[in-house]
Design a protein around this ligand. Structure first.
Ligand SMILES: N[C@@H](CCC(=O)N[C@@H](CS)C(=O)NCC(=O)O)C(=O)O
Length: 202
């Protein structure tokens, strides 16, 4: 298999963490196609994902999977892993937590593009404020749910860790920790896992 990724992409990091957790390193090659933005046109990526977004996973039979939740579930299936429970209650709790953390990531990545790429005169402060409010509410929801996080992480917890890591990486001036002591403590603990410690974006 071939994973098209970018070192700074938090969605690709989710997949890389799963690969390490599942011991699939020898079965998945990593391919960095170069800079990807919403206004770039990358032929390598467009050939496998018409949406032009990464991560994308090329399978050995030539088919391609995206986006990160689909890729993660596929890899978990291949390795018969524990990250997507089969039973309904834990499954939908895990998927729901993944959706919440992915949602915070979507908003954060959009804000990053806005700040880093959109010409200053086209920026829209009202939009920025509303996306930041959504992120704050999402982080508060994580703080509230933190006491129910699984001791042995599922896809939800892995996604939360990658989301908080992306906040630290791209938004160091907007620290999510103040007022969120449970999440702060949980994050410092989960970051001791090799899969997360070895994929911190730089
Ligand atoms: N829902 C997607 C989101 C992927 C995503 O936003 N990827 C970013 C890189 S972190 C991207 O490809 N951006 C290029 C674009 O927006 O065109 C997933 O979970 O994989």
């Amino acid at each position: 298999m071939n994973l098209i990724f970018a070192p700074a992409s938090p969605f690709a990091r989710k997949v890389r963490v799963l690969i390490l957790e599942l011991g699939l390193q020898d079965r998945v090659r990593l391919q960095d196609p170069g800079a990807i933005t919403p206004v770039s046109n990358n032929a390598v990526l467009n050939a496998v994902n018409p949406l032009g977004m990464l991560p994308a996973l090329e399978l050995d039979n030539g088919e391609c999977l995206y986006d990160s939740p689909v890729i993660c579930e596929y890899l978990n299936h291949v390795a018969n892993g524990p990250f997507f429970p089969a039973e309904a209650d834990p499954r939908f709790r895990a998927l729901g937590l993944q959706a919440l953390a992915d949602g915070i990531l979507d908003l954060s990545v959009a804000l990053r593009y806005e700040a880093a790429m959109r010409p200053q005169e086209l920026q829209w402060p009202t939009w920025v404020d509303h996306q930041n409010e959504k992120i704050e509410r999402g982080l508060d929801a994580l703080e509230t749910r933190c006491s129910q996080f699984e001791a042995s992480p599922l896809i939800g917890e892995i996604t939360v860790a990658c989301t908080l890591g992306y906040r630290d990486f791209r938004f160091p001036d907007s620290d999510w920790r103040p007022g969120r002591p449970a999440l702060t403590q949980w994050f410092s603990q989960i970051m001791q896992r090799d899969s997360l410690a070895s994929t911190v974006p730089t």
